[in-house]
Design a protein around this ligand. Structure first.
Ligand code: PGA
Length: 253
């Protein structure tokens, strides 16, 4: 069976001190829970090393929110995959819709980042999802399919099994407007079918697919009830000890 994976994407929030408070609180609240769910926090780059120290032996994983695909060089402002490992990360979010929409990331760039992450054994969380306009034009499956086919090009079966997909409809991110469990499941099932076609049934059955977009303590349980929803990528509600630990508990209840 697929182990649920709940990840908190802190985005551009939290100083080092605030990050420590949150991480220490989560470590306290979630002891004994992490054998039933994989729990991951993704603080900003500046707080990664201190968070890594605070999370030692906690069972909670650490992820970054982005990386650059080159190993090193004259790339001002960028951070490599190996640097993330060096900072204590085991995970990295790739192709979040804010990266795509605000910073011009493309499916080809996502693919290069994915390969760089896999090469250093980071667990990638690859985000896909349609905008409201695309949904209204009935382009949801077309857009998600293109994101998968281009984003995952050239990835081996074993690498794919380690990769997590996050389906995040852009219209549900930070808007309070969650996809209904049925709307989400429809796309999750589509993603799994597409993965089976690109790879095979065994790979598709192994890959965890998270839902993201206004996940809250009071909607996590019904989302997790759906067959192809294996966890959540949580933004706003991952910023307090109370709401994020309630979501983790709700996911395994
Ligand atoms: P949200 O963000 O939970 O605040 O909607 C989700 C995300 O962007 O990963």
């Amino acid at each position: 069976m697929r182990k649920p994976i709940i990840a908190g994407n802190w985005k551009m929030h939290k100083t080092i001190r605030e990050s420590l408070e949150l991480v220490n609180g989560l470590t306290r609240e979630l002891t004994g829970v992490t054998d039933r769910a994989e729990v991951v926090v993704c603080p900003p780059f500046t707080a990664l090393t201190v968070a890594a120290d605070a999370l030692l032996d906690s069972g909670i994983g650490l992820g970054a929110q982005n990386l650059f695909w080159e190993k090193q060089g004259a790339f001002t402002g960028e951070v490599s995959a190996a640097m993330l490992v060096d900072a204590g990360c085991q995970y990295v979010i790739i192709g979040h819709s804010e990266r795509r929409g605000l910073f011009g990331e493309t499916n080809e760039g996502v693919n290069r980042k994915l390969k760089a992450a896999l090469a250093v054994k980071l667990i990638p969380i690859v985000c896909v999802g349609e905008t409201l306009m695309e949904r209204e034009k009935n382009l949801t499956f077309t857009v998600v399919e293109e994101q998968l086919v281009k984003g995952l090009a050239g990835i081996g079966a074993e690498e794919m099994k380690r990769t997590v997909i996050a389906y995040e409809p852009v219209w549900a991110i930070g808007t309070g407007r969650t996809a209904t469990p049925k709307q989400a499941e429809e796309v999750h099932a589509f993603i799994r079918t597409r993965l089976a076609r690109i790879f095979d049934d065994a790979v598709a059955g192994t890959v965890r697919i998270q839902y993201g977009g206004s996940v809250k303590p009071d909607n996590i349980a019904e989302l997790m009830n759906e067959e192809d929803i294996d966890g959540a990528l949580v933004g706003g509600a991952s910023l307090t000890i109370e709401s994020f630990s309630a979501i983790v508990r709700g996911a395994i209840a």
